[in-house]
Design a protein around this ligand. Structure first.
Ligand SMILES: [Zn+2]
Length: 409
């Protein structure tokens, strides 16, 4: 069994599911168990400056062996798995030489992964797929990233004759609940630039994500007996519907893809007297993002002019920004280097915009430019998650190649 496979199967045996809306980091104590194991493993393979924070962030350094200055390069992966599906008692199975047909995950419970639902399976014909028994997720997101980074680190530690710069390693808790970057100590980490290894099918390379804001709309109506309401009632529910109707109808998650942004009505509640609407606003383009937020305010001004000042109040808050703004000016070489590494290994790079955010996006705004690399996995966050053994192994080679290309820069 290859080392990366061995490691991966070991890591997925730990339940590290994170939990939404917890005060503390990590959100679940059980993440610390794997954090401690990773710390010990980094020590055992001979990494330097191995340390674990009380919050379960694990850091280490593979010291430079090059005889000239090379940028310090970081690799980041997360240890937790998604709250959406259990990651306890994962029973991985390797379906060898996948033949391109539907795969029975669980005979007894009749859980079948069908090609028509998951056409990505056809990318993997002939490969050995690590699948679940259909009752849990697998945890390739992101224990594949952890295993790939660890195996790359071990390679360089056991080959001191290969020149490279400082390699900084970071394993984080709570990425799946949006908090992986919260307590990440960028300065202490020590890298000039980094990659998260947290993407999907092999070759994926991402450095554009949404600009994101949330918008809350409070509507104060005026309740009057319906029989005598003429000229005096203001129905907050109807004002809320009017608010939604004034937003562009097709700039909606239901009708958008690629680089198209949207207004998404996520929650709505109320009665005649008061109503409450919650939106998220997304756009890759900074200017279009600002225009969307301005329109949101404009709608509330219009409705206040129509129904009286104070009828509608809007609070908006930016959530995160497109990391492209941080990568493109001076760090596009991160993308070019990753592409070159993949091409050298006969992997086709697939650059596409993320329709969401990543920890790397937040780290990029905390001063650590940080695009995202593939792990090789498919169907994250659910029972149909899988990863080909060959992708795990190839990603180790991609990480090694990136380190080697960096030394030559
Ligand atoms: Zn992930």
């Amino acid at each position: 069994m290859s080392k990366v496979l061995d490691r991966f199967l070991h890591y997925v045996s730990f339940d590290t599911q994170s939990m939404d809306e917890q005060e503390q980091i990590p959100s679940t104590e059980k993440q610390l168990v794997l954090a401690k194991i990773l710390k010990e493993e980094l020590e055992a393979i001979g990494a330097s400056q191995v340390r674990m924070s009380d919050n379960g962030y694990v850091y280490a350094v593979i010291p430079a062996t090059a005889d000239h200055p090379v940028k310090s390069l970081g690799f980041v992966a997360h240890m937790d798995t998604a709250p959406a599906m259990s990651g306890k008692d994962v029973k991985p199975r390797i379906a060898e030489h996948y033949d391109g047909k539907d795969l029975v995950l669980n005979e007894e419970k009749q859980i079948v992964m069908r090609v028509k639902d998951f056409p990505g399976m056809l990318d993997c014909v002939g490969k050995d797929l690590i699948v679940t028994d259909g009752t849990t997720l697998l945890g390739a997101d992101d224990k594949a990233g952890v295993a790939e980074i660890m195996t790359m680190a071990e390679f360089f530690l056991s080959h001191p004759e290969i020149p490279h710069g400082n390699i900084c390693i970071g394993f984080t808790p709570d990425e799946e609940v949006g908090r992986g970057a919260d307590l990440f100590d960028v300065e202490h980490f020590g890298a000039d630039v980094a990659y998260t290894v947290d993407g999907g099918p092999i070759g994926e390379l991402e450095y554009e994500n949404f600009n994101a804001a949330s918008g809350k709309v409070e509507i104060s109506g005026r309740s009057v007996h319906p029989g005598s309401a003429k000229g005096s009632m203001i129905n907050a529910l109807l004002v809320g519907m009017e608010f939604q109707a004034m937003l562009p109808a097709f700039e909606n998650p239901m009708y958008t893809e690629g680089y198209e942004g949207f207004f998404h009505l996520d929650q709505m509640a109320g009665d005649v007297e008061s109503a409450h609407l919650e939106y998220i606003i997304r756009d890759h383009d900074k200017e279009a993002f600002e225009q969307k937020k301005a329109l949101f305010q404009e709608v509330s001004r219009y409705l206040n002019a129509k129904y009286g000042e104070g009828t509608v109040s809007v609070t908006m808050k930016d959530s995160y920004y497109n990391m492209k703004e941080q990568i493109e000016p001076d760090h596009l070489y991160l993308i070019d280097t990753a592409k070159e590494a993949m091409k050298n290994l006969h992997i086709t790079p697939l650059v596409s915009p993320i329709r969401g955010g990543t920890d790397g996006a937040r780290l990029s705004y905390m001063g650590l430019p940080c695009p995202n690399l593939s792990t090789g996995g498919y169907n994250f966050h659910g029972r149909f998650e899988f990863i080909p053994v060959q992708s795990l192994e190839q990603m180790v080679e991609v990480l090694k190649e990136i380190v080697i290309l960096f030394e030559k820069m």
